[in-house]
Write a protein that binds this ligand. Structure first.
Ligand code: F6P
Length: 318
């Protein structure tokens, strides 16, 4: 069998780990693995290369993607289906192993299905916003990267009292990453794009934390209201200096965590077994803590952060 790996959308820690595991298993079965360089635009242009085991092994512990990705929505172009079919025929590809987040996995597998191209999808995004799965590959590593930064920030928080800190995570318009990090770090407040808040309340909450423990920690998602202005407006309300840290793409480029590496190994195993068993339309999801191969498209589901946890962190409930 010949697999083509396509990475589409934002990269995430664990992609290289999964590619490494997949190539290891596939080559052990005598199968061959190829990769599209540059996502679907690369595939349409014929940028298809072999992915030899010896090339991928040194990348298994690195973030990013050994196969460059793309966000360009080229599959909506007319004739895209025929061009992909031609490329797959020319390289004798049997199926596509597709890495991507919510946008990729929602829109691309249905197109591939109409073009008769077998595909198994792997949810890879630090945002953890893919419906139907409890966790996406990369999320755990991105949380760990945030803890690393917060622990550093709080070294000063504890040593030099009287300051407020805000740490901004990635996550786009989905607050799940910020909420998880705020929970794990014991933040005094968390802001996410999905839920509104009052700035006077926030100032009071951070001031109360400062008086009680000597510092205040706010974790917020980049897409939350006020993400670009609070570092200036909160000090005007509290008369306390606010130091802000934006994790940015350093968070997405985090070293894959143990949990993500194990998840990558499990997903690779399920994908190779799925293709060997003739699955033509599937996606790997984590349900009740266990990765499973779901046959069919992306399930419907809510991807908003848990309101009850948000309320608890923010002192809005017990
Ligand atoms: O892939 C998801 C994500 O990392 C979001 O968390 C973030 O908002 C976005 O991608 C950034 O996208 P780009 O790398 O294209 O700027």
């Amino acid at each position: 069998m010949r697999t083509l790996i396509v990475v589409s959308g934002g990269d995430a820690p664990g992609i290289n780990t999964l590619i490494g595991h997949y190539v290891q298993i596939a080559s052990g079965r005598g199968d061959q693995v190829f990769g599209a360089r540059g996502g679907f635009p690369g595939l349409l242009s014929g940028h298809i290369v072999p992915v030899p085991l010896t090339d991928v092994l040194p990348w298994m512990g690195r973030a990013g993607s050994i196969l460059p990705t793309s966000r360009d929505p080229v599959l909506s172009q007319s004739g895209a289906g025929e061009r992909i079919q031609e490329q797959l025929r020319a390289h004798q590809i049997d199926h596509i192993l597709l890495f991507g987040g919510n946008g990729t996995l929602r829109h691309i597998p249905p197109l591939l299905r109409t073009w008769g191209i077998p595909c198994i999808g792997i949810p890879t995004t630090i945002d953890n916003d893919v419906p139907g799965t409890e966790i996406s590959l990369g999320f755990d590593s991105a949380c760990n990267a945030a803890y690393h930064a917060i622990d550093g920030v709080l070294a000063t928080g504890h040593a030099l009292n009287g300051r407020m800190f805000m740490v901004e995570t990635l996550g786009g318009t989905c607050g799940r990453l910020a909420l998880a990090v705020a929970h794990g770090a014991g933040a005094h407040a968390v802001l996410v794009p999905e839920f509104d808040y009052d700035e006077a309340w926030l100032a009071d909450r951070l001031t109360a934390a400062l008086s009680k423990v000597g510092f205040a920690l706010l974790v917020l998602c980049e897409g939350a209201k006020g993400a670009r202005t609070l570092a200036d407006t909160l000090p005007q309300r509290t008369a306390v200096r606010m130091r802000d840290v934006r994790l940015g793409h350093a968070q997405r480029g985090a070293t894959p965590s143990h949990r993500d590496r194990v998840l990558a190994a499990q997903m690779a195993q399920l994908a190779t077994a799925g293709f060997a068993g003739g699955v033509a339309n599937g996606i790997i999801l984590v349900r009740e803590g266990v990765p499973v191969l779901h046959q069919g498209g992306l399930p419907e589901g809510d991807t908003s952060p848990a309101r009850a946890l948000y309320d608890r962190i923010n002192g809005l409930s017990d």
